[in-house]
Design a protein around this ligand. Structure first.
Ligand code: DLZ
Length: 168
């Protein structure tokens, strides 16, 4: 199902881990800030709703989505941070920049995640226009910020299950 048909805030919440002692970093791109602020709100509220402590959520801003990778790496390298959520919006078609930025950030975030062995979540919207962006940041298609936060929580749950030998 494409994200156009899907509400980004619909996810199963069974068996979520206790995240009250987990520390999260949310990295937010300032480009298209009217949308990225909504993504941040969604991510932050989802973490709080499912048990994170406000004092355990830190935020860092970067100028644009292209900088999300390095910003995420600086946080992910910190020993006290358990998961990083990278939030941005790259509008397709406004400029050829979008192809370069999207690929670079997707690859970069993957690399940071593997290098630091921590969940580093790709919460970047790549809509065709601003209307679609707004629909996916608290509009009719939900909020990708919620989805990104839930992805971080679920990955922390999987990590602790694997580490405890749950799948032996
Ligand atoms: C330059 C640029 C363009 C054209 N479009 C976007 C965008 O849609 N979304 C976004 O987050 N950032 C954009 N940027 C800025 C780049 O991400 C980056 O900040 C600059 O190229 C400087 O490295």
């Amino acid at each position: 199902m494409s994200s156009a048909d899907k509400n980004l805030s619909v996810f199963t919440t069974e068996g979520l881990p206790d995240i009250s002692a987990k520390k999260f970093a949310i990295v937010v791109a300032e480009w298209n800030s009217e949308v990225t602020e909504k993504l941040f709100e969604g991510a932050y509220q989802t973490l709080i709703t499912y048990g994170a402590i406000a004092a355990n959520i830190v935020r860092g801003n970067v100028p644009g989505s292209f900088e999300l990778t390095l910003g995420a790496q600086w946080f992910a390298q910190r020993k006290d941070i358990d998961a990083v959520i990278a939030l941005g919006v790259v509008i397709q078609g406004e400029t050829k920049h979008n192809d370069y930025i999207n690929h670079a950030v997707a690859q970069g975030i993957t690399n940071v995640s593997l290098k630091t062995d921590k969940p580093v979540i790709f919460g970047v919207l790549t809509p065709n226009n601003m209307e679609q962006a707004l629909e996916r940041s608290g509009g009719v298609h939900g909020n990708k910020g919620d989805e990104a936060a839930m992805t971080a929580i679920k990955m922390l749950g999987l990590y602790s299950e694997v580490a405890r030998g749950y799948y032996l």
